[in-house]
Design a protein around this ligand. Structure first.
Ligand code: ADP
Ligand code: 5GP
Length: 210
């Protein structure tokens, strides 16, 4: 069976990654969210095991030591990390996995899994980002200030990604993200199994050399 793909989504905090990924997960089959470990406290209605596995620093460090994390990074003073087992289990079953991770984590995953697809999400402007983070009203003013400061550094690395989605109108951005995911599923490398099966009905796989 074909392994599932890794689809990495990064972008500054408040760019709309959660909103976009949430829509893609609801609309597309065979797609699962990579639930990361984090030491940050749950925000709003977040539930353990759904948005994140919420653990303390000691447990996080034990998981690093045990080699359980495919990548990890310190972001906004908290640890965040991707579970190797979670990813391998889903992709092994042929399910595509979407990861919402920062630019440092994306860099590590791309080196370990070069076939991973990278998508960067940008807000239409700094001012819009500021407004969205304030309106989200899940963080206090100091946290928002730090997230905006970090956004300026993070957004500079957009060119390391394969695709760019500008999240101005939500519906259009959702369509863009879903189109990218669907097109990765039709890459020749992803379709080789299906192609071989069809080619057999044409007398074999040598038909590519007429
Ligand atoms: P991230 O996951 O990148 O930190 P969120 O998905 O939490 O960002 O989005 C930040 C805030 O902006 C949320 O309140 C969300 O509902 C809102 N938002 C996301 N996309 C749009 C959009 N296209 N237009 C207006 N508001 C948006
Ligand atoms: P938030 O606290 O807003 O949920 O996430 C803060 C940042 O951490 C975001 O940029 C998000 O993409 C990133 N992040 C979430 N999970 C992981 C992870 O497992 N690894 C890394 N490297 N970054 C993560």
């Amino acid at each position: 069976m074909k392994r599932g793909s890794l689809i990495i989504v990064s972008g500054p905090s408040g760019a709309g990654k959660s909103a976009l990924v949430g829509h893609a997960l609801a609309d597309l089959d065979n797609l699962e969210f990579s639930v990361s470990y984090t030491t940050r406290a749950p925000r709003g209605k977040e539930r353990d095991g759904v948005e994140y596995f919420f653990i303390d620093r000691r447990e996080f460090e034990a998981r690093i030591a045990a080699g359980e994390l495919l990548e990890w990074a310190e972001v906004h003073g908290n640890y965040y990390g991707t579970s190797r087992r979670f990813i391998d289990d889903r992709t092994g079953r042929g399910t595509d996995v979407i990861l919402d991770i920062d630019v440092q984590g994306a860099d590590i995953i791309r080196r370990k899994r070069p076939e991973a697809v990278g998508i960067f999400v940008m807000p239409p402007s700094f001012e819009v980002l500021q407004t969205r983070l304030t309106r989200r009203s899940l963080d206090d003013a100091e946290v928002i200030r730090r997230r905006l400061e970090r956004a300026c550094g993070e957004i500079r690395r957009y060119h390391e990604y394969d695709y760019l989605v500008v999240n101005d109108g939500l519906d259009a951005a959702v369509r863009d993200l879903e189109a990218i995911i669907l097109s990765t599923r039709r890459r020749m490398s992803a379709m080789s199994g299906a192609a071989r099966t069809i080619m057999k009905t044409f007398g074999g796989t040598h038909a590519e050399n007429p």
